[in-house]
Design a protein around this ligand. Structure first.
Ligand code: 5GP
Length: 122
């Protein structure tokens, strides 16, 4: 999958489209999902032009990787779901049902989330 510099998250990063920001540092931006699936639904994205988890893990610097992971944990703590529990999920590619081709971590929480995949779906 090639990186499309006009994907929606690239446009958010360039300030062309607004977002409800929850966190930002040199390597990471996090904002509320526009169509939240749970009471807490935040997207945590690296600022670099990475499409997927495998792309990011192969090309990102140690500082970028650490920043993305640390930011996700900090946001869980700051939004008050660290104790009650939450889910992080990254959809990748066609089988993963990725809609926006800029790597993002979903952070879901604020209610019991149920099983990740229904037994019948195995
Ligand atoms: P994916 O299926 O790629 O893992 O998820 C993409 C997510 O991005 C979806 O949950 C969708 O609601 C969210 N999204 C799409 N466009 C926008 C937008 O313009 N702003 C925000 N904040 N979220 C968006």
């Amino acid at each position: 999958m090639t990186y499309d510099p006009n994907n929606i998250f690239a446009r958010i990063l360039r300030g062309e489209i607004p977002c409800k920001k929850v966190y930002e540092d040199a390597h990471v931006l996090a904002f509320h999902d526009i169509n939240p699936q749970t009471p807490v639904h935040v997207l945590v994205i690296p600022k670099g032009a990475y499409v997927s988890f495998d792309d990011f893990s192969a090309k990102a610097s140690d500082a970028e990787i650490a920043a993305w992971i640390r930011a996700t944990g900090k946001i869980a703590r700051d939004l008050g779901v660290a104790e009650s529990g939450y889910r992080v999920l990254s959809n990748i590619g066609s089988d993963g049902h990725q809609e926006v081709p800029h790597l993002h971590m979903h952070l879901f929480g604020g209610k019991p989330l149920g099983r990740m995949i229904k037994p019948a779906d195995k």
